[in-house]
Structure formats: structure tokens, C-alpha cells
Design a protein around this ligand. Structure first.
Ligand code: FRU
Length: 921
């Protein structure tokens, strides 16, 4: 755009230039002041007409050179030719030629020999020659001798000036031209030639020179000043300025000069008219006059003024020129700015357009973005749905597992009972088969559950640092009996006494159980199974191997041994397949590796390697402290299974014992509830509840000694029931056993967090449960002892009292101590101050301390009385009332019953210094 604009501007300037005219000026010489003045005038005048381009060429007084110059101008194709001929004849032909070619020719000052030119500008030399003749005749008073100094003889002014001068003085016979000098218009030529001619002459009166500079040359050539003064000098031109004729007249060098105007302005004016087709005159004669001492002053003044004005004009022209230059550059600049502005506007428009386009694109992007967002939301919604579906699937699996476990408990319980009763050998065999298969079914259910969790990414590693050597020893120990029975050489080979490793007990337990089960399954009686444990060469891994010399596997089978859907050669072998696949997943969770090498009929070797240290584990893969406790408190599935499988415990010894404790059984499965009631009834008072709500009611009303509660209950689940019991002052002391099918560590932690004392996984052995119940009740009894005797019981098995129970005891103690002197203090008033019912306080006191509230108050009264008897001088009556007995007699009886000594005897013993025999509480 910008380029186009500049091009248009340049184009406009070109059109102006097309109108300009070239004027060629062939000058005979420009070596003197007169011609220099002429050029200045011409150039000044030309500057008013910018279209006139003046080219001046100097022939340097050579007619031949001048002819060449004119030819050059013609060739160049000038629009107009100006010629000031050096000599008339040599120049005439070329001027005529130009004229004939149609080039306008202006002849100035000197003439050609023909009239073939367009116009002439110059003074009339004939007229001024005549004027000079007449002036000289007057000056010489009609008599005198003259030396004439000629201009170039071939030039028209010289000829015409001479002829007319000679004609004018011809009327005066006493005036004679006595000699002639060829000055050739040049001062120096006249100065050089004049003396020789002059000295030949006698009594010369006047020097008549064809111009002022030759007159000056002649004047200067005369050495004698007197002679100079006496001689009269006449010249032509009358040029202004310091070297002009006016100055010579004013200085008295010349007597007179005749004005011969240079005519520069007139020449250019005429050229302009001709070129522009304006009317013009062919002969343009410039006026002339005589200048002598009479008018030289005024003429000089005028001339100086004109010169000054001319200088002024020149200065102004220069300024004007500068202004024009400035204007031009500013115009160019403004054009440029304009172009920039236009460019900016165009750019702006383009920017607007692109902005608009961008906006449109943005709109589209936004729309697309919205679309993508919607799609994303849709995906998120679907993912949530899928999550929910997964959740539901998992729940379904859990429920299914639960559904399996309860019947399995009900199968295994009676089977175990039967096995422990005197039955026929055949029936025992059958029962063992039932038991074996029930356990197998249980394991399958467990494995399916684990797969479901792995598939749903719910299976998380819960590693803690433990001694892997003792861990593996424990596991192998549980297989020892089987090995013995089947005469299999079974060893754990390791040189390490212990090795700390981060592992998940539950999962590694399952892995090893699986591998060992597998080995035992495929090794014939009398075979060998070796378990190895060592650290690798790099000392960064622990390597566990299980190797047997059993049936082994084919290469294809070994390759796919860990494939979940691969059952091997034996298509009914789903259990083993699942077990190995699950083992691989568990090892992977440990960031470890499991491989198998096997050869048919030679044996199989499983190799597990687990990284040492804990750098490979993420924080969420490490077990929290709560989890660790849970692990310690609760036996794992394996243990429970082994219990079921191997425990051969004798039936409870105290079946016939007095039923001291009451157990609340909350279980929704009627069959299981009835089965458990039937079994528990032998040792305890059993209260039943089919759901959480009824269970809680029973618990608050009857305050049992222990609660057994199923986790999966309708509405209020077992965890909620436990939490409610444990957070209520009335029931917080009651041990709770949770029964559940859920067997992962997380569920166990949840159970422990709810406040449960024990977590038993279904299916469980009744004997195992019974032992656990007894353990908890014993624990409670020890605690009771601890409270009531104030003797610190040195045992690890006593759980610390629960926060709420401590609070209860502190409150009871505070109420009792404060009101000890009040004989009205009893179970009723204490229950009222604690905001509980009398029964609740009674049961809780009994559970925690083993005796009634009234017994407790009585003990406290007596304890304080003993203290007062020991440390004060108060009498027995005073002390009796102070510790809240209604009469001293009653106090004495009670004191004797408790301490086996009357208060008075006790006091006497103290006074006699038998302090060591004082009774202790
Ligand atoms: C200048 C000049 C003038 C004279 C004229 C005649 O070159 O010599 O002094 O008047 O030429 O052409």
C-alpha cells in the first residue's frame, strides 16, 4: 500500500518535470565582469520560472569552440538556444541551421551576419558609437588626436561602434583617429599593445576604447602620471560594481562611458515568452546613455542600489530555495506520514477484522470447550456410575462371602462337636471329610473375595516391619503335624537368627500358606519339602523358596502357573490355580517377584524375592499404629482356620459350673443365634437379640457381662452398636466381641476403632470363641481386683480401664468421699447424684469392682475410721458419727466384722505400739 502511494506521488512530480524547458546558452566568453553580470541576471530571472532549465557553455573567445557547443545543444535537443556570437561570420551558419531546425534562437549582444534567428536582445551599437562620436567632438572642442582601441574585429559591436564613431567625427576635420590598437575586448591585451602604438604618436588627446576594461588597460599602461591625467579616456559598458565603468568614471580614470546594458533579465523574459507561445518582438533594443562626471554619482548610486537589491533578491531567493527544500522535505514527510496513517488505518482495520475473526474462533472454541466439558462431565458421571457399580459388586461379593461363612460356621460347629463326641470310626471319617471340604469351600470364598478386591483396586498393602524368620517359622510350624502324619521330610533352612523386613502379615501369610498347601498337595507321602530363607548377593532382597520333590508340572503348565484362569492338567484344580494367581498378586503388592521352576516327576521350586528396607513403599502402603495393634490383638484368618483345623482342645471344663456371667448375643441369623445360645447356655446366662435396636435395649436394661454382636446386622450394624455401648457410661465397661465375615485389616481396624474388644472372623470354632470369652471375662475380673484392692496388679493381660469407666469410678469416689459422714449415703443417693438408675449403678459397680455400692460405701467408711483411729485422739463415738455410722454400736460391729478386731482394741493396740499388727484393708 505504502509503496503504491509513494509511486503515485513520484508520478505526479514526473508530470511537472515534463513541462520544463531546457535552454542552451552558448556564451562567447565568461571571463569578464560584464558577462558575469549578464549570467547572474539570467539565472536570477530563470529562478522565477522553475520550468526553465538554463545550461551555459563558455567558448572562451573561440568561434570554433562555440560552433561545437551550439551543435552539442542541437543534438541534445534543447528547447531554445541563446547565442552571443564570438565573431559574426563563423557562427552564422550554425545559428541558421538551428533556426531552420525549428529551434528558437535568441541572439544576444553581438550579432550574426544574417537575420535567420528568432529574436535579438542588445543595445544599438551603431547608435552608441554615434553618441560617443558626438560626445568626443564636444569634449575635444572640435579638435584633437585620437587613438582607437578596437574590440575583436570580427564581432559586430566593434564594427558598428567604429563605423558610427568615425561617421560622427567626420563632421569635425580637426579631429582625427591617428592610430588603432587591437584590444580584442580584453583589458590585458589592450594594456600590452597600447604603449607601443601610443609612443609612436605625438600629442594624442584622447583614447577611444570599444569597452571600459580596454580603456583601463590603456590607462594603466601609461607610466607617466601627468600624461595619464592629461589624456582623455572614453569607454563603453558603464557596468556597476567595484570593477565597472561607473567606478572608473567616478575615480576620474575615464572621462565618460556609454551604458551598454547586459540585458540578462530581458533575455530570459523573452525566452519564457517564446517557449510559452506568448507574443514577443524580434528586435529588442536596450536603451543607452552617456555617463560622465555630471551624472556618474546618481548613476553609481542607482547602480549600487540595484546591485544591493539584486543581492537581496538573491539572498531571498536562496532563503526561498531553502524554504522550498524544507517544504519539499516536509511535504515528503507529510506524504509519508499520510501514507503511514493510511497504512495504520488499514492495519487497524485488518486488526479489527482479525480480532473479529479471533472472537469468532474463540466463540467456537468456547462452544467446543463446553462440549468437551459436557463430555467430561458425562464421562465423570459414567465413571461415578461405574464406581458405584464396582462398589455394589464388591458389596455383593462381601455379602455373598458373608452368606457363605455363616452356614459354614453352622456346618463346622456341629461337625466339630460330633468329632469330639464318641462316634463310630466311619462317621468320624465322614465328619472329617465334611470338615475338610467346608474348609476348602471357605478358602475358595476367601480367594474369590480377595480377587474381587484386587480387581477393584481395593486391595492395599499394609506393611509393617517384622521379623520374617520367626514369621516363617510360625507358618511352617503349623504344617509340621501334617508333614509328620504323611512322613514328609519338611524343613526350614536358614542361617539367619532374625531378619527385619517390611511385609503385610496377612497377605504374606496367605502366600506362604498357598505355596505350602500346593507343595503338600503334590508331594507324595515320604517326599521332601524344603523352605529356604536367605538374603541375596546384593543384600537388597530377601529370598524365600519353597521346594518339593513332588509331581511337578509340565513346561506349559509352569509357564502359566500364576494365571488365574489356568487350572493346569487337572481341570478340577481351580483352588490351586486361584491360590497361585492370588499369591502372585500379593507378592506384586509387596513390590516383589515370584517365579516357579518345575520339572515333571522331579519337583517344583517357588522363589519369592521381596525388597529389603522401606524405600520402595509409599506412605499409604505402610501400616498405621492402630493397624499394628489390630494385628496384634486379633488372630488372622490363618490362625482361625488352623484353630478349626488343628485345635484338638478338650471340651470346656466348667460346663457344669455355676453360671456367674450373663452374655448378650446379638445375631440376626436365627440358626447361628440358636446354635450359639445352645452352646453358650452350658456356661453362661444368655440373653438373645435379633437386631441392634433390641440388643441395645437389652444391654442398657440388663447390663450383661459381655456382648457378642454380629457386624452385618440390618439397620444398625454391629460397629454402630459397639460404638453406642462403649460411649455410654452405663455400658462402657462391657467387653464386646464382634462376629463378622469381613476379614481384612481395614475392617478389623474399623472394629477396634468402634471400641470392640475382640474381632472374630466367621467361620469360627466354637471352642476358640469360648476361650476368647473366658479370656475377656478373666481380664475383667483382674481389672476388678485392681480397682477394689487398690493393689497394683502386675500383669500384661489386664487392659487399661476405658476412659469412661475411669470417669465413672472417679465420680463415684468423689460422691462417696464428699458425703461419707452422711448416714443417708447409699446406692439410691449415689445413683441420683450420677444421673443413673440404681440398677445400672449396681451392675456397673459389680462389674467393675465385684461388689455392691453399699459394700463400697461401707468399706470407705471403715477405711477412713481406721485412719482416724490411727492418727487422731478422737474417741470412738466421735469417729463413728464422722464416718457416717448412725450409732457407735453399729460402727463397732461393722469394724469388728471387717477387721476382726473391735475399734477399741485397735486403738489400744496402736497406743501400745503394736503398729505392725494393725489391720490392712
Ligand atoms: C564584453 C564586451 C563588452 C562589450 C561587448 C561587445 O565581453 O567586450 O565590454 O561592450 O562585449 O560585445
Amino acid at each position: 500500500m505504502l509503496l503504491l502511494f509513494v509511486a503515485v506521488l513520484t508520478g505526479c512530480q514526473q508530470t511537472e518535470e515534463d513541462k520544463s524547458f531546457t535552454i542552451g546558452f552558448s556564451q562567447c566568453t565568461e571571463g569578464d565582469a560584464w558577462r558575469k553580470a549578464m549570467h547572474e541576471e539570467m539565472e536570477r530571472e530563470a529562478s522565477f520560472y522553475p520550468e526553465l532549465k538554463l545550461q551555459i557553455r563558455d567558448a572562451k573567445n573561440s568561434s570554433q569552440v562555440q560552433v561545437e557547443h551550439i551543435r552539442d545543444f542541437m543534438k541534445q535537443g534543447v528547447d531554445l538556444l541563446i547565442v552571443s556570437p564570438n565573431e559574426a561570420d563563423p557562427i552564422t551558419p550554425v545559428v541558421e541551421e538551428a533556426f531552420h531546425r525549428g529551434i528558437p534562437v535568441i541572439v544576444v549582444d553581438r550579432k550574426t551576419s544574417s537575420s535567420m534567428y528568432t529574436a535579438y536582445v542588445g543595445a544599438n551599437n551603431y547608435q552608441i558609437g554615434k553618441l560617443a562620436g558626438e560626445y568626443v567632438a564636444k569634449l575635444l572642442n572640435g579638435k584633437g588626436r585620437i587613438v582607437e582601441v578596437w574590440g575583436l574585429r570580427g564581432s559586430s559591436p566593434a564594427i558598428e561602434r567604429h563605423n558610427s564613431f568615425a561617421a560622427a567625427i567626420a563632421a569635425y576635420p580637426d579631429i582625427q583617429i591617428v592610430a588603432e590598437v587591437n584590444g580584442e575586448w580584453e583589458k590585458e591585451v589592450a594594456k600590452r599593445k597600447f604603449p607601443a602604438i601610443y609612443e609612436q604618436q605625438q600629442e594624442v588627446d584622447l583614447v577611444f576604447a570599444h569597452n571600459d576594461v580596454m580603456a583601463l588597460g590603456a590607462y594603466e599602461s601609461i607610466r607617466n602620471p601627468q600624461e595619464q591625467k592629461r589624456l582623455k579616456f572614453i569607454g563603453f559598458d558603464g557596468l556597476g560594481g567595484p570593477n565597472g565603468g561607473l567606478q572608473f568614471v567616478q575615480d576620474g580614470i575615464l572621462d565618460a562611458t556609454f551604458l551598454y546594458p547586459t540585458g540578462g533579465e530581458e533575455i530570459m523574459q523573452l525566452a519564457y515568452d517564446i517557449l510559452h507561445g506568448k507574443p514577443y518582438k524580434k528586435e529588442n533594443i536596450l536603451s543607452t546613455t552617456v555617463i560622465d562626471e555630471r551624472n556618474v554619482h546618481i548613476m553609481k548610486q542607482q547602480s549600487d542600489k540595484i546591485l544591493a537589491q539584486e543581492k537581496n533578491i538573491e539572498r531571498q531567493q536562496h532563503l526561498l530555495y531553502e524554504q522550498i527544500q524544507l517544504f519539499n522535505s516536509q511535504r515528503t514527510l507529510s506524504y509519508f506520514l499520510l501514507a503511514s496513517l493510511v497504512g495504520s488505518i488499514i492495519m487497524g482495520a485488518l486488526a479489527l477484522l482479525s480480532l473479529h475473526a479471533k472472537k469468532e474462533a474463540n466463540k467456537e472454541l468456547l462452544a467446543r470447550n463446553n462440549e468437551v466439558m459436557q463430555q467430561r462431565n458425562e464421562i465423570a458421571r459414567m465413571a461415578k456410575k461405574a464406581d458405584k457399580a464396582t462398589e455394589a459388586k464388591l458389596k455383593f461379593f462381601t455379602n455373598v462371602s458373608h452368606e457363605f461363612r455363616t452356614p459354614l460356621t453352622l456346618i463346622l460347629g456341629p461337625v466339630e462337636d460330633a468329632l469330639h463326641s464318641p462316634i463310630s470310626a466311619d462317621l468320624k471319617k465322614d465328619m472329617q471329610l465334611v470338615k475338610k471340604n467346608a474348609i476348602r469351600l471357605l478358602r475358595l470364598v476367601n480367594q474369590l473375595m480377595d480377587f474381587s478386591k484386587i480387581d477393584n483396586k481395593k486391595m492395599k498393602l499394609q506393611a509393617a516391619e517384622g521379623d520374617i524368620v520367626s514369621f516363617i517359622k510360625d507358618i511352617t510350624a503349623s504344617f509340621e503335624r501334617l508333614a509328620q502324619k504323611r512322613n514328609i521330610r519338611f524343613r526350614l533352612q536358614t542361617s539367619m537368627p532374625e531378619l527385619p523386613v517390611f511385609f503385610d502379615t496377612d497377605k504374606l501369610d496367605k502366600v506362604l500358606f498357598n505355596l505350602l498347601s500346593n507343595s503338600f498337595k503334590f508331594t507324595s507321602d515320604g517326599g521332601v519339602i524344603m523352605v529356604g530363607l536367605q538374603v541375596n548377593e546384593q543384600h537388597d532382597k530377601v529370598v524365600i523358596t519353597v521346594e518339593d520333590n513332588g509331581k511337578g508340572m509340565s513346561l506349559q503348565h509352569a509357564e502359566r502357573a500364576f494365571d488365574r484362569f489356568h487350572t493346569g492338567e487337572d481341570s478340577s484344580n481351580l483352588g490351586t490355580g486361584l491360590g497361585l494367581a492370588l499369591s502372585k498378586e500379593f507378592v506384586k503388592l509387596h513390590h516383589g517377584e515370584i517365579t516357579v521352576v518345575s520339572e515333571e516327576w522331579k519337583g517344583t521350586k517357588f522363589v519369592i524375592s521381596l525388597p529389603l528396607g522401606q524405600d520402595h513403599l509409599k506412605t499409604e502402603e505402610l501400616l498405621t499404629d492402630v493397624g499394628k495393634n489390630a494385628i496384634q490383638l486379633v488372630p488372622g484368618v490363618m490362625e482361625a482356620e488352623q484353630q478349626v483345623t488343628v485345635i484338638d482342645a478338650a471340651p470346656s471344663a466348667d460346663q457344669s459350673a455355676h453360671k456367674e456371667h450373663t452374655i448378650l448375643l446379638i445375631e440376626d441369623n436365627k440358626e447361628l443365634r440358636e446354635y450359639l445360645k445352645m452352646r453358650l447356655d452350658k456356661s453362661f446366662n444368655v440373653i438373645e437379640a435379633p437386631n441392634g435396636g433390641v440388643g441395645l435395649q437389652q444391654a442398657f436394661g440388663k447390663v450383661p457381662d459381655l456382648v457378642i454382636c454380629d457386624v452385618m446386622l440390618p439397620k444398625q450394624n454391629g460397629l454402630e452398636v459397639t460404638a453406642t455401648l462403649k460411649n455410654d457410661l452405663r455400658t462402657s465397661h462391657i467387653p464386646v466381641i464382634l462376629l463378622t465375615a469381613k476379614d481384612t485389616v481395614e475392617y478389623k481396624i474399623e472394629g477396634i476403632q468402634s471400641g470392640a474388644d475382640l474381632y472374630v472372623t466367621k467361620p469360627f470354632s466354637y471352642l476358640y470363641l469360648l476361650e476368647r470369652i473366658k479370656g475377656l471375662l478373666k481380664n475383667r475380673a483382674l481389672l476388678k481386683e485392681h480397682y477394689s484392692s487398690e493393689i497394683s496388679v502386675e500383669t500384661k493381660t489386664v487392659s487399661p480401664p476405658k476412659q469412661l469407666d475411669k470417669k465413672f469410678m472417679n465420680e463415684v469416689m468423689a460422691v462417696v468421699e464428699k458425703n461419707l459422714s452422711n448416714p443417708e449415703l447409699n446406692a439410691n443417693s449415689i445413683a441420683a447424684s450420677l444421673g443413673m438408675s440404681k440398677v445400672q449403678v449396681y451392675r456397673k459397680m459389680k462389674a467393675l469392682l465385684g461388689f455392691t455400692v453399699n459394700d463400697y460405701v461401707n468399706n470407705m467408711r471403715l477405711k477412713k475410721a481406721r485412719h482416724l483411729l490411727l492418727h487422731t485422739d478422737r474417741n470412738i463415738s466421735e469417729i463413728a458419727y464422722e464416718v457416717g455410722f448412725s450409732s457407735p454400736a453399729y460402727f463397732s460391729t461393722a469394724f469388728r466384722n471387717h477387721f476382726d478386731m473391735s475399734p477399741s482394741d485397735f486403738k489400744a493396740a496402736r497406743s501400745s505400739g503394736q503398729g505392725s499388727h494393725v489391720p490392712q484393708s
